[in-house]
Design a protein around this ligand. Sequence first.
Ligand code: 8YV
Length: 319
Amino acid sequence: MSATRSSRPKVLMVSSMPEWDLAPMREAYDLIDLPADGPSGLASAADIAALVTSGGKGADAALIEALPALALITVYGVGYDKVDLDAASRCNVAVTNTPDVLTNDVADMALALTLALSRRIVDGDTLVRSGAWSEKSMPLTGSISGRKIGIVGLGRIGEAIANRFVGFDTEIGYWNRSPKPLSSWRAFPTPATLAAWADILVVAVAGGNDTVGLVNAETIVALGRDGLLINISRGTTIDEAALIAALESGTIAGAGLDVFLNEPAIDRRFLSLGNVVLSPHQGSATVATRRAMGELVRANLAAHFAGETLPTTVLHRHR
Ligand code: 8YV
């Protein structure tokens, strides 16, 4: 049975979710969309008890501080780098995310980008559709097997990517901030030394202040003229200006990117590069994974309003 209109807690939707989540959420909560001009245009700001946001939109200090009754931020995504955790802690707001359920699909996206880039799948599709197959031939492309794969960030997603590449008869190396003593793969002391060894560098490290520009100009150059760079983490983790310069000058061979700075208004120089495969942040965007992510968001909301332990907590309330 649905709650009466007046008793339903007010939940602010900073980002939308599929109808299969919104329908059951409307039964339990009064869902309010964040106005385009921000929280100042919100008549019910004082009564918002929880908010739902995405990895890309997050929740900044201004938003958190504008909602005095806010007690929960639930992120529809694993990355919470755009949530101001200091502000959330100061305002005694819990934060949850959706880990694990998206690991496989995001890892698959890293492999899909690697294959699309090295085998020039998009160029091949364009050639066939143009009707010019009989007149033009494709250049020969690069193999994956036998190559050295460097994973930057051997967390849950990085490890899933490495395991998939093992099936392609590759050699795996990695850089991780903390040691991974149980890993049998080769550890490197810095992203740059890993890049100098690798043929394909895959960035899988979490976003946030600690990893801004982690893959810097030195690391990109170290990858070398035949090197490929894949990014499924966040646009912030790579020095994007250095990456574009390296792609324009042929300092590296190409890049497969699912994430960028300033999505969706990305740097337009990417659009004229022939050595990139560009994906509009689709890592977790499968029906099965988005359903599982939505279930976790709803489970966190339900647990919060029932006064129970939150299933996937990033930050607990402290009073
Ligand atoms: C989505 C993501 O972009 O999980 C993340 O951190 O980047 C993606 O799954 C997203 O948050 C869904 O809107």
